[in-house]
Design a protein. Structure first.
Length: 958
């Protein structure tokens, strides 16, 4: 496929107001803290003091950033701010998958993730795993329209601004080393898998007392085989990281340079991640400080080994290739390593995956080299900015940024692997290898002119700007069919079998490629006004254009206004216990041009580039025969619009011991991106378009209380929480909702469960009972009995709490996070606790939960588990029987350590030494029985779980 889409040219737009975020200097846990005034970043390099800020924002504190072995820097946002839900979309080492929601889900089919800005440059989706967390100085979350309108078409889902470290003028040279080592472990589950004896009891209870499966189980029992397949597959894996930083600061030049290496093994076999990083940030200023120049350059190389099932759409429910499911279904009476290599396994079972053989297939495929799947990635991110102060009040600024990424992936099926042998057929050679290369270059440039002036009590800060974004993307892929096992080495190009027209399949290689050019253009202006430190106003207006849309829909205008009242500055507050009391209010609009949900590691500008245009393709079809593809475009597609109102209160009282924020918001999305039903005579049942509206409204509270603090002892606690109510206001679907699924229906929550409601066990026969629409019960519900559960896969409540303590050089802190009001379908439990499971998951074919030992029998008629021979187990797939509460409270992280005092180091060649122990995802209280309740998905096995991690670390300053 070759697609070239041109960016618009021409237009006009301006905008007022600025994104703001508070910034705190990380504290030294062993030294006396110096009180400094908090600063808020307005966006595009502008800052303002927090007391003069008009927007809703939160800065991530050092307890969330320091001493944590996070591959993805965004993981540090978990529990960091009210209204923010950051869930690791995958615990696989180096994964770019995550779910970052700010104030709920604002789109149905469009991208719902927040915009991430690194050093004023919108980041590529893969950069989060290639950014060294130890290079981060601050992360700030921008939430209301007054804060995000400056980002226009990209700010609808909120913004996270990341600032990397810099040197300090006049600070001299400082050298630091930080090292960590430890291990990662799989999270625990509560499925209560049966051992060999228990499995035989389940078989007998089910009535299976003869046949091949029963005889095999008896033989395993007699041989003393009792295999825990989780222990066979999941082993503790090592983690290590080493970072060296050098910062310098003279009168006119500062620099920050760092070098890092990180390696993380996966708790799931054949997964790991290695990363090398380097960074150089430089600042310069003239003697008269009129001219300033700054640059940030980041380099990274990484290699990531992934599960074969992870590469495209995520880990699927395939017990042959998904170890997270396969280990649960592995029969306990089968011994591991029974057949050696793939040839031995194929000779023994042929192509029969049933009767428990799937665990042996999985065992073979999880052997390193049998299903190679790794990606090497090189990334270069950098920007160069400059500012010149023409007069006391006027300045001109420009910042140019580049984000380049090249990914080279090798994946395939080795010719000696079981799956290759099982699909060989009459050919002499089997197996295949895919090689792909992707290049992604993003260019960003912002030029602006600023005015800052004060007359008496009146202060005005205004800026007009233009921003240009361009993305160039190209990918090429080749598949080699047929590999010679004598010479094949993954990724080397050896062992490729040449074309042979005498073979049943003549080893024809296939190739494909695509190219996309994308871009956006924007003009904007912003102004901040302050009167005597008591009253303030900010305004933003921005006009955006995007290559995605055509005609009159290509341009859109977004704006915001906000005001503040610093009540503590009023005379009637003299003598008050409040040292800070500020009321804020804002209203504004944002847009969302990202028409479809984001793909992990892919620049959001590149997804769904063809939605407004008819698309013809010539794909390679079955047997390498050229095919013809066609997709309808919709030229009327336009921006998704989000309007948001916010009222907030910031306060500090009790001699600065208690500080907090309270915000109430109402956010409405119109012109939702989604599928629009069309007549089937067109050859399609739906096209992409704008369809409906949705509302999110909620309340957020953040508190911090410094209980005690002196030179030796300090204790502080913190907490935040949020409630978000989501409603779909208008939405058109094709046909009626389907029971047993999450649906989007007007008047209900987004992704609300629509199911048959389980009513218990029929005591007379052990069958399952379900509620009818009128409140009765039945064993055979029909579509008219399905009901809404008033709960979805997105939590209503979320937050965190924790503490920071210290005594002299000792320190101890902990972070707890929670989510509530969320339910998911536990499809693992569906296979483990459903005796009439699907194929290889039924009794006799796959392992079961010991829950079934308490099932209904005539002698146990009060059981809450149905008869194993109940005639209506099939209805559980469409009911809430396996829809389980996924609310949780988790000990997210804890750190304990000691920092040597300066007196202890005065005769040593170092200026600082800190040693600490750290743990992540330590323990979870939840009703959810699977590996991890956290990911926002409708089912349980599409996500690699977040591991438990335990590390020891040291930081040395020279």
């Amino acid at each position: 496929m070759n697609v070239k889409l041109r960016v618009l040219s021409a237009g006009a737009l301006f905008f007022v107001g600025q994104a703001i975020h508070a910034q705190k200097k990380p504290k030294d846990t062993a030294s006396k803290e110096t009180k400094i005034e908090e600063v808020v970043v307005l966006g595009y390099s502008k800052t303002i003091t927090k007391k003069n800020s008009t927007v809703a924002s939160n800065t991530v504190g050092d307890v969330f950033l320091e001493n944590r072995p996070n591959t993805n820097v965004l993981t540090s946002l978990q529990g960091a701010a009210p209204g923010v839900i950051m869930n690791g979309g995958s615990g696989s080492p180096g994964s770019a998958k995550f779910s970052l929601l700010i104030r709920g889900t604002s789109s149905i089919s469009g991208n719902t993730d927040a915009l991430i800005v690194i050093d004023d440059i919108p980041s590529n989706a893969s950069e989060y795993r290639n950014l060294n967390p130890n290079d981060i100085e601050s992360m700030t979350v921008l939430k209301d329209a007054a804060a995000t309108a400056i980002y226009g078409n990209r700010g609808a889902n909120g913004v996270v601004v990341i600032k990397t470290k810099r040197g300090k003028y006049g600070s001299g040279m400082k050298v630091s080393y930080t090292g960590m080592t430890g291990m990662s472990l799989r999270p625990l589950d509560k499925y209560n898998l049966a051992n060999t004896d228990e499995y035989l009891d389940i078989m007998r209870l089910y009535g299976l007392t003869s046949g091949a499966a029963y005889d095999k189980a008896i033989a395993g029992q007699k041989a003393g085989i009792n295999t825990d397949w989780k222990k066979v597959f999941f082993k503790p894996e090592m983690f290590q990281s080493h970072d060296v930083s050098i910062s310098t600061g003279g009168k006119n030049v500062t620099s920050y340079n760092s070098f890092g290496y990180m390696q993380q093994g996966g708790a799931v076999p054949t997964t790991d991640f290695k990363r090398f990083t380097a960074r150089s940030n430089v600042q310069m200023k003239s003697n008269d400080e009129k001219l300033t120049v700054n640059s940030q350059l980041g380099l990274a190389f990484s290699r990531r080994n992934e599960l074969f099932e992870e590469t495209s759409t995520g880990i699927r429910n395939n017990s042959v290739q998904n170890p997270l499911l396969g280990v649960l279904q592995g029969l306990p009476y089968l011994a591991p390593n029974a057949y050696g290599n793939g040839q031995g396994l194929f000779n023994a079972i042929g192509t029969n995956f049933n009767n428990g053989n799937n665990i042996y297939v999985l065992e073979n495929l999880m052997t390193k080299g049998n299903l190679p799947n790794y990606v090497d990635q090189v990334s270069i991110t950098g920007n160069l900015g400059g500012s010149y102060q023409f007069t006391k009040n006027f300045s001109l600024n420009n910042k140019f940024g580049v984000d380049y990424r090249q990914s080279d992936r090798i994946s395939g099926r080795a010719p000696w692997a079981y799956l290759a042998l099982a699909t060989q057929g009459a050919n002499k050679y089997t197996g295949y290898e895919d090689q792909s290369t992707t290049r992604d270059l993003s260019i960003n440039n912002v030029v602006s002119a600023s005015y800052n002036g004060q007359t008496g009590d009146h202060t005005v800060d205004a800026t007009v700007s233009m921003e240009y974004n361009k993305v160039y993307y190209r990918t090429t892929t080749r598949r080699q069919n047929g590999l010679d096992p004598r010479t094949y080495v993954p990724g080397s190009g050896t062992g490729y079998v040449p074309f042979d027209n005498t073979a049943t399949s003549p080893y024809v290689p296939s190739v494909s490629g695509s190219r996309v050019t994308a871009g956006t253009l924007a003009y904007f202006a912003n102004v901040n006004y302050d009167y005597a430190g008591k009253y303030g106003f900010s305004g933003t207006i921005r006009r955006d254009a995007s290559y995605r849309f055509i005609g009159d829909n290509q341009w859109a205008t977004y704006w915001a206004v906000a005001g503040r009242w610093n009540i503590d500055k009023e005379s009637f507050m003299d003598g008050s216990t409040f040292s800070n009391l500020k009321l804020r209010a804002s209203y504004g609009t944002n847009g969302n041009q990202n028409i479809v949900a984001g793909q992990p590691g892919v620049n959001p500008l590149l997804t769904a580039s063809q939605v407004v245009r008819d698309l013809y393709t010539t794909p390679t079809g079955y047997g390498n025969v050229l095919g013809l593809g066609f997709a309808y475009g919709n030229p009327t597609v336009q921006w998704e619009d989000v309007a948001q109102a916010n009222i907030g209160l910031d306060f500090t009282l009790l001699n600065n011991k208690l500080e907090g924020t309270l915000d109430v918001y109402h956010k409405k999305t119109t012109n939702l991106f989604s599928s629009i039903p069309v007549s089937g005579v067109t050859g399609s049942y739906a096209v992409s378009g704008n369809n409906g509206s949705m509302t999110n409204k909620g309340i957020e509270l953040g508190l911090r209380y410094n209980i005690f603090k002196n030179d030796d002892f300090r204790v502080s606690v913190f907490a935040n929480g949020s409630y978000n109510q989501n409603r779909v206001n208008e939405y058109t679907i094709n046909g009626d909702p389907t029971p047993g699924s999450t649906v989007n229906i007007a008047g209900h929550q987004l992704y609300e469960w629509y199911v048959y409601k389980y009513a218990g066990v029929n005591k007379s026969n052990g069958n399952l009972l379900f509620y009818t629409k009128d409140g009765g019960v039945t064993e055979t519900p029909d579509v008219n009995d399905a009901q809404y559960l008033d709960v979805s896969i997105v939590p209503k409540y979320a937050g965190s709490f924790g503490f920071e303590t210290g005594y002299k050089g000792f320190f101890f802190d902990a972070l707890f996070t929670f989510q509530q009001g969320i339910k998911k379908f536990d499809n693992a439990l569906y296979w483990l606790a459903n005796p009439e499971g699907l194929g290889s998951t039924a009794v006799g074919s796959g392992n079961m939960s010991t829950d079934l030992l308490g099932a209904w029998t005539p002698q146990n008629s009060n059981s809450d588990i149905p008869n194993l021979k109940a005639t209506n187990w099939g209805y559980t797939a469409d009911s809430d029987y396996f829809v389980k509460d996924a609310s949780f409270l988790k000990i997210r992280s804890a750190t304990i350590g000691y920092q040597l005092s300066k007196d202890m180091l005065k005769n040593m060649p170092i200026t600082g030494l800190k040693i600490y122990l750290q743990a992540e995802n330590i323990f979870t209280w939840t009703k959810w029985r699977g590996f991890d309740p956290e990911p926002i998905t409708s089912s349980s096995l599409s996500i690699y779980p977040n591991p438990r991690m335990y590390t020891i670390g040291v930081k040395v300053d020279f």
